[in-house]
Design a protein around this ligand. Structure first.
Ligand code: SAM
Length: 352
């Protein structure tokens, strides 16, 4: 087992079978401590002690999809729906820019009210006002033509978690969605030139250790520029209410494994981690994460973007979130970096 961890640290590669072997034996002896230590050292080697800050704007909670786990799924009649106008989105970015953010992440449900044209208008507004920022889109599945136009209009990055790399598990959680299309979207986004983010949830009902190994193996083969990993947290207005949900400890292991298998990826300490454990984001940073995404959405809509129960920071002003996170990063022994923070996987890709 020690040999496998050493191999992972030295080569940043393991087969799926070897990944399974590692995951099976982590609870024994010092193995987990060593894994976190290797992940931390790998992060230091590539990004130093810096933590990139991204300003998150949750601009719509309308969604045409019906993901079984998600609080803003189309069938949830209790969700109080909202949409921000292009001007309101720009206003969030203005506030963020004044707080020194240089990356904005625009996230929403799959909401086609935001047509290609509207999205291009939003990108033009942001990019012409703030030419030095990077914009990340997280808006779900669209056509290749739309992805191409949004890239040409100034979108730099795209987050589209694969959610789970197991076709069977994916199909059980995403009625009417296609596993192949999700994977194809990721490939297309990479081909176009976006910095691409994949990722998955930990603790989904029916998810086994082998499924998680499949996720890690997929990440290793796909080599995304960004990786979002968070615990699944049940929402009471979804069919998965009452399920157990993911655990922080298991998610930390996945973060550390992802850091070692895709060493140059930007890896956020997710809000879901902070929602399950008050120290969750700090623990993720110590296990290899190097990004945080404080919220810039207007406080009037924050609670409405409820993907899961007990989401943190829903009442806090943008400036408060910025200061709170900065303090947490510094106390943990890391440095805040307010730059664009492009992924090293994108700026200096490794071969193979
Ligand atoms: N619609 C876009 C998409 O499909 O990529 C982006 C928005 S979606 C709500 C953002 C992410 O939230 C999903 O990729 C999923 O992993 C996560 N999420 C949704 N419900 C969750 C839950 N109950 N617990 C934890 N994470 C959840």
């Amino acid at each position: 087992m020690r040999e496998l961890l050493d191999k992972l640290y030295e080569t940043n590669a393991l087969t799926k079978e070897e990944i399974i072997e590692v995951l099976r034996h982590l609870d024994e002896g010092e193995n987990k401590k060593l894994l976190f230590d290797y992940a931390h050292r790998t992060r230091l080697a590539h990004y130093g002690p810096r933590v990139f800050m991204r300003g998150l704007v949750e601009f719509s909670n309308y969604c045409k999809q019906d993901c079984m786990y998600c609080g803003i799924r189309a069938s949830n009649r209790n969700a109080d729906r909202y949409r921000l106008t292009p001007e309101e989105i720009l206003e969030c970015c203005k506030e963020g820019y004044e707080l020194d953010y240089r990356t904005f992440v625009l996230q929403s449900g799959e909401d086609y009210w935001y047509t290609e044209e509207r999205l291009m208008e939003i990108l033009h507004l942001i990019k012409s006002t703030y030419p030095d920022v990077a914009v990340t889109l997280s808006i779900g599945e669209r056509s290749r033509a739309t992805y191409e136009k949004l890239y040409a209009a100034g979108a730099d990055r795209f987050l589209l978690r694969h959610e789970t790399a197991s076709r069977e598990l994916y199909e059980s959680l995403h009625p009417k969605m296609s596993f192949d299309n999700r994977m194809e979207c990721l490939r297309i986004l990479k081909e176009i030139g976006y910095q691409v983010g994949a990722g998955f949830m930990v603790g989904l009902p029916g998810q086994t250790l082998e499924h998680l190994a499949e996720d890690l193996d997929f990440l290793h083969r796909f080599q995304p520029d960004m990786i979002g990993i968070g615990p699944f947290i049940p929402h009471n207005d979804t069919p998965l209410k009452g399920s157990k949900g993911g655990r922080v400890e298991a998610t930390l292991v996945m973060v550390a494994m992802a850091r070692l298998l895709v060493p140059k990826a930007n890896l956020p300490a997710t809000t879901a981690m902070g929602s399950l454990d008050p120290q969750g984001r700090e623990r993720a940073i110590k296990a290899g994460a190097n990004v945080v995404m404080p919220n810039l959405s207007p406080t009037s809509v924050r609670e409405k973007y409820a993907l899961y129960e007990n989401k943190i920071c829903t009442g806090d002003e943008a400036a408060h979130c910025r200061n709170c996170i900065e303090m947490r990063i510094k106390v943990s022994g890391f440095d805040v970096d307010m730059g664009r923070g492009d992924s090293l996987n994108w700026t200096e890709p490794s071969v193979g």
